[in-house]
Every structure is written in C-alpha cells, then in structure tokens.
Write a new protein. Structure first.
Length: 175
C-alpha cells in the first residue's frame, strides 16, 4: 500500500518552491518604467524562515528573475535561490547532487507546466489549490490555499508538525 502524504512528510528534509503562482498569486504589477512587481505573503515568509532556522534545506527554482524576490528570500535566510531558470530538472539535479540530497526526501511545490517534469522526480510533489490541472494530477498533496495566500506556510507547517518541530521552533525562540 502506498504511503499517505502525511507519512511521506516524516521523511522530508528539503523544501523546493517555485515563485510565481506559489510564493505569489501569479499577478504581476507592471510600472510605467516596465518594472514587474509581485506580492508575497508574510506568513509564507515566516514559515520559510522557520524551516531554514530549523535545519531544513530550502531551495527556490523559478523561471522568473527579479532582484526584489531574491532580496526578500535572502533576508529570510534562503541561500539556494535559482531565478531565471529555464531547465528546472537540470537545476534540481545539480542542487540535490551538490548537497547529497535524496530526491525522495524532497517536497516540491509548483503550480504550472514548467514545474511538471521536476515534480515527477521528488518524494512529495505538492501544489496550491489553484494550480493547473496537469500539476494537480501528479500531486500527492493539493493545498487548500491558493498560491501567494499562504500555501507555502501550509506545507512547511504540516511537515514541521508531523516531525514535531513546529512548536519546538517557536518554544526555542521565545524561551
């Protein structure tokens, strides 16, 4: 019998996230100067910081490239940020090889076709509630939350709770 997504969460050591449609709601505000602005959810950021500080590997792989996104994620402690990536499988394989990460221990969250092939390589493919049908069809877990609205917080919190690290992290911060 196949493991449930909650059972797989016990073995997760690494989180990999797309940006647009996952950490953002897929909207892009374009200024008169042509700058593209995105919004990110504070709760997602808080969970990313908790994951990094709790010792999880956290990686971002996105086709989009925006210095504001890089700065925001760096300020949360994320060190492995791959923006402007057009071959996500190649980037993912290089990342897992560099850190000797077993893909079975990876939770990847994507929302659209560019994430499809890399998501088939991981132990726990996940997506936001509003992901494309093709992505939903290959996911072991579909968040009840839409992209950019706390879906990253949803999966990080679940993994950390399953592993007994969620409140442990906060207890240690506020003791």
């Amino acid at each position: 019998m196949a493991k449930s997504y909650k059972e797989i969460m016990n073995d997760i050591t690494t989180f990999v996230f797309d940006v647009d449609g996952v950490l953002t709601d897929s909207s892009v505000f374009v200024t008169n100067e042509g700058e593209m602005l995105r919004t990110m959810n504070i709760r997602d950021g808080y969970a990313l910081k908790a994951a990094v500080e709790s010792g999880y590997n956290v990686c971002i792989i996105s086709g989009g490239s925006n210095d504001g996104v890089r700065i925001r994620l760096s300020n949360l402690g994320v060190k492995d940020i791959h923006l402007g990536t057009h071959d996500k499988v190649k980037t993912f394989k290089a990342y897992t090889e560099l850190y000797n990460i077993n893909p079975e221990n990876v939770l990847y969250m994507g929302d659209d076709i560019p994430d499809f092939h890399v998501m088939k390589l991981v132990g726990l493919p996940t997506c936001p509630q509003d992901a494309s049908p093709e992505i939903k069809n290959i996911c072991r877990y579909i968040s009840h939350v839409k992209g950019g609205r706390g879906t990253v917080r949803d999966v990080i919190e679940q993994v950390m709770k399953v592993q007994g690290k969620w409140m442990e992290y906060f207890d240690a911060k506020y003791d």
